[in-house]
Design a protein around this ligand. Sequence first.
Ligand SMILES: [Zn+2]
Ligand SMILES: [Zn+2]
Length: 267
Amino acid sequence: MNIRLTPLFSSSSGNSYLISAGETNILVDAGVTGSQLTQALQEVSVDPHSINGIIITHEHVDHIKGVGVMSRKFDIPVYANALTWEQMEDKVGNIALKNQRVVDKTDFFIKDLCIMPFSVSHDAADPVGYSLGSGNNRVSILTDTGKVTENMLDAIEGSSLVVLEANHDIEMLRNGPYPYALKQRIMSNKGHLSNMTAAGTALELYKRGVRGLILGHISSHNNKKILAFRTVAGFCEKQGIEINKDLFIISANRTSVTGTFKVGSDK
Ligand SMILES: [Zn+2]
Ligand SMILES: [Zn+2]
């Protein structure tokens, strides 16, 4: 069975990814308003009633803004770990008890998709990334992390396609408008990945069998889509990797649907 990954929104102003396999539809995060999400789903011809679950990476508003509305309006179960639930409970409003699913860091299934959470390094209660699989096919989401560890690479290994954070260009961030403390937070080990760190990570992932990268969570103040692409692609090319032949790379749109990317066979 193939897996389809559709970045709906990917930036500091809101994140949501649709992952589908067969009749299973899952949202990773819902960080824009309910109406924005509903409209984006309509654009890709997915009925919001058919969403089987929203899995949460962490409690920052750009990941949970529309969670409550979506869950209430379309009766969607929400999955997060205990510490994340604790932090987001007040922010998402009332969610029906049956739709509050507390998960730990062991693999679990939502219909056809196996969900594999892994820890990331970010200034939130208990932030995670996710690998989602069906049969031999897997896709992964790695954003909102200040560094990339062996554990994270191990967790992602075997994924055909990865959403990889390329949040900022370090020079643009240094010279940009953000206050000093915020710059320090973004650059810290619990902040966000720079283009250069994403480039190094891209090479590591390629060595581990990853053949497609969607660069995401690209800052509108401290980065440009083309700059993120050029930094990561340029670095990989220098290592002898042919872009879009050996390794597919694209920058995600910040505030609109990027497209649907398919991995695996059609059976
Ligand atoms: Zn974020
Ligand atoms: Zn965050």
